[in-house]
Design a protein around this ligand. Structure first.
Ligand SMILES: Nc1ncnc2c1ncn2[C@@H]1O[C@H](COP(=O)(O)OP(=O)(O)OP(=O)(O)O)[C@@H](O)[C@H]1O
Ligand SMILES: [Zn+2]
Length: 771
């Protein structure tokens, strides 16, 4: 007998194991899809029908089955709704994700399906369930080609459209949409021509968006590798030869040519008939990045990121499944595309927080990639100028890791000199500007010489808010526990979590004092002040464009790239932006980088705050002086003595770690412990608190029985963001030794937990932050 293990696509079946169904030996008719691993199937479930994903198929004897369960209770799969989306390996990965991250199996399986591309059951208003077809799928274009009678057919003299269409066809095949764009309604004309055999109409698969086929690309030349690059390429080759899932950490300064190392490593993987995945942070997935890979691998490159439409992603997904794509470049979800024969995974800027997903399954791309390469005997390459503390730690401790240093830039140029400017001193000396005199002077010199500057405003932890000078009142959101953010344009206050919005009050709502002070500065405000500053430079005669790059100006699909193109084509110009400009920019004539506020994130209640600050300063500094012209970097801060800033200014990671690691050890944070953050949330404050406290007791019991003496369950407390969109949030932090399997100990507790409609619970294993 054939049985299938099916993961139901029903949220309340959250952490449940798959259900067993029988698979009929004979299909109802030949046109149906086979019930196979990776299919979406329709099954009976509790008096209705449900969709589910097949994660295993087994052939068992009646006797064996009877020993496991009562066969008379088993129901049959009704039918498969489509072809397989993943294979046994994908099913195993989904299983791993669900256990490793204590996440619903259905959410893990869904990662492997094309977005919007699977059918599901929906409940209509009258309470009936019905099957909803996928919202996206393949698209076909109608193409017009010459028919068997093309040469002989003579249209009548007054059939102008027929004549024109046949004439146009002489130059080659045409799409129906192009014809109607040119000649207006053509449907009846085409039908008439087809009936006479003069033309044929056929459907051809079309790839949406910037898909690879037919897309032009400029082949790039391979440069002579530097010694460091050669060592890195060799290390990757050795790791591949060992075929035991090794990791190579490329610890290379900004501009050391890490991308060229990736390209050459991929080249030999592809030559050996295997495939590669390259993950880059979402924001740096620009056409420029993609062009570097297409320049080398042409139309064998597939691209996946969240700014693409569902249709575009579907087409790329399908292109990968066809086996023609050999290299996938994408954001973290590219790990789950149907790429077979994997030889290499590359994670660029591996320290980036965006590799961790912040909804279930809360996976980290690095950990999933590690699991994948170990299963496949493939190789993982991590690259960064500022590797995460976890990776640095693993590179020392783990025998399957090796590190390669690229301490110099590929072109032999020195790293730019970094100057720290103490803003407290500036203020003490009477300067009230947000630009220190040193930075202003440097900016004037560079702009007068016709060169470019990049200025970064660190917005993390940098809220713009309104404060009453008389009573100290700060307007806050009534639905979320955050102060309202001040927007200069339009003079309103808004909550960045829920969108709540009010005009700036004329007087303090608490004490009626009219003296409300606006604190902090957004990019718009900095832009206005910068304009005034630059216009006052006597030695700068031409108009200097300021290109502002922040969440507001980069909303559109190509906005990010358009802004960068404008910056590239200008003479003297300033690129002013948030953290998003810190990475990846490679412009020859940027000679000055300024950080307007380096320290705002140091005060966040986040154990990674210092590490993030160090990384950010190093990364943004790396944008300066990348070619012939030397660069300089000015870092403005109120905490000039902070180790993260002092160390970053000297490119001295050892100095930073000597300060940071003992703190992490003393306070019990990674890399010395592992953590799980248990989140409890709901609309009713009392029941959230009650459940949180009950869960804490359960956790304490569970951990004392199955954990060990080194484990710790912290008290259930409200989160830093205690209220979000009218939802109350509590959390419980669990810590254990680094080598302990935290998920294995906690998972049974959450599997056994009964779903409560009022209170939701989720576990974040190895959380990025505890906010
Ligand atoms: N072997 C080489 N010889 C000469 N130029 C090179 C070589 N390798 C790379 N380059 C050039 O050096 C520049 C920096 O390379 P790349 O962008 O790959 O560095 P990176 O290490 O990824 O930098 P970042 O971390 O700052 O993004 C690029 O313009 C690249 O074309
Ligand atoms: Zn709010």
């Amino acid at each position: 007998m054939k049985i299938a293990q099916v993961v139901l696509d029903i949220p309340t079946q959250a952490l449940d194991a798959p259900y067993t169904y029988l698979v009929a030996e004979e299909k109802n008719d030949d046109l149906e899809f086979d019930v196979a691993v990776g299919c979406v199937v329709l099954v009976p479930f509790g008096g209705r029908r449900a969709c589910g994903f097949v994660v295993a198929i087994e052939e068992v004897s009646e006797l064996d089955l009877a020993q496991r369960m009562d066969p008379s209770k088993l129901k049959h799969v009704i039918r498969a709704l489509g072809p397989a989306y993943f294979d046994e390996e994908g099913a195993a990965c989904a299983q791993y994700l669900s256990e490793r991250y204590i996440a619903p199996l259905s959410a893990c399986v869904r990662l492997f399906t094309p977005p919007g591309g699977i059918p599901r059951m929906v409940r209509s208003r009258d309470g009936h369930w019905r099957l909803e077809e996928p919202t996206v799928g393949e698209v076909d274009d109608r193409w017009i080609t010459a028919g068997p009678a093309f040469g002989e057919f003579r249209p009548r003299k007054n059939a102008a459209k027929q004549i024109a269409i046949l004439k146009a066809l002489e130059a080659g095949d045409l799409r129906a949409v192009e014809l109607s764009a040119e000649f207006g309604a053509v449907a009846s004309t085409l039908k008439a021509l087809e009936a006479k055999g003069a033309i044929a109409i056929e459907r051809r698969r079309r790839f949406r968006g910037d898909a690879p086929r037919g897309n032009s690309f400029v082949p790039s030349v391979k440069p002579q590798l530097t010694e460091g690059q050669k060592a890195a390429v060799d290390a990757i080759a050795q790791a591949r030869a060992a075929a035991r899932g090794e990791t190579v950490l490329i610890d290379g300064v900004t501009g050391s040519g890490k991308t060229e190392v990736y390209l050459q490593a991929i080249e030999s993987v592809v030559e050996a008939g295997r495939t590669a995945i390259v993950l880059v942070p979402e924001i740096s997935l620009t056409p420029q990045t993609v062009a570097r890979f297409r320049g080398r691998f042409g139309d064998r490159v597939a691209v996946m990121h969240s700014r693409m439409s569902q249709g575009e992603r579907y087409d790329q997904w399908d292109f990968i499944r066809s086996g023609e794509a050999r290299v996938v470049v994408g954001a973290r979800s590219a790990l789950f595309t149907p790429l077979s024969n994997l030889g290499l995974i590359i994670i660029d800027e591996e320290h980036e927080g965006s590799y961790k997903q912040d909804s279930a399954p809360r996976y980290h791309a690095r950990d999933v990639a590690l699991w994948m390469v170990r299963r496949a005997g493939a190789t993982l390459v991590l690259g960064s100028a500022t590797p995460s503390i976890e990776s640095l730690h693993a590179a020392v401790k783990d025998p399957l890791w090796r590190a390669v240093l690229l301490p110099e830039r590929a072109n032999g140029r020195p790293l730019p000199q970094i100057t720290v400017i103490d803003m407290a001193k500036e203020f003490g000396q009477g300067s009230r500007s947000m630009f220190s005199r040193t930075l202003a002077r440097a900016l004037e010199e560079e702009l007068a010489a016709g060169r470019k500057a990049v200025l970064m405003l660190n917005q993390r932890g940098f809220a713009k808010f309104v404060l009453c000078r008389a009573c100290g009142f700060v307007p806050s959101c009534p639905h979320c526990s955050t102060s309202l953010t001040y927007h200069e344009q339009g003079a309103y206050l808004t909550c960045h979590h829920c969108g709540y919005r009010i005009p700036v009050p004329g007087a303090c709502p608490e004490c009626a004092s009219p003296y409300l002070k606006k604190f902090g500065a957004g990019t718009q405000r900095v832009e206005a002040d910068l304009r005034v500053l630059i216009d006052g430079f006597s030695s700068v005669t031409s108009e200097v464009p300021i290109i502002r790059m922040d969440a507001d100006t980069t909303k559109g699909k190509n906005a990010h790239q358009d802004l960068l193109d404008r910056f590239a084509s200008a003479d003297a110009a300033v690129l002013l932006g948030t953290q998003m400009i810190a990475k990846g920019l490679d412009f020859d004539d940027v000679t000055l980088v300024g950080v307007i506020n380096a320290d705002t994130m140091l005060n966040l209640p986040d154990y990674r705050a210092a590490e993030r600050t160090f990384d950010l300063v190093e990364q943004v500094a790396g944008r300066a002086g990348r070619a012939e012209l030397p660069g300089r970097v000015m870092v403005q801060t109120y905490e000039a003595d902070h180790a993260a800033i002092r160390a970053a200014a000297r490119y001295d990671r050892a100095l930073f770690l000597r300060d940071e690691l003992p703190k992490r050890k003393a306070l019990g944070y990674p890399p010395y412990v592992r953590m799980a953050n248990v989140l409890i949330w709901g609309k009713d404050e009392k029941s959230v608190e009650g459940q949180a406290k009950a869960l804490q007791r359960d956790l304490v019991r569970r951990v004392s029985e199955y954990g060990g003496s080194a484990w710790r369950v912290h008290d259930a407390v409200p989160c830093v963001l205690a209220k979000l969109r009218n939802t109350y949030r509590w959390h419980i932090v669990v810590k254990c030794p680094v080598d302990a399997d935290i998920a294995r100990v906690l998972l049974p507790l959450f599997r056994a937990r009964k779903a409560d409609p009022r209170v939701s619970v989720a576990v974040d294993v190895d959380p990025n932050d505890l906010l």
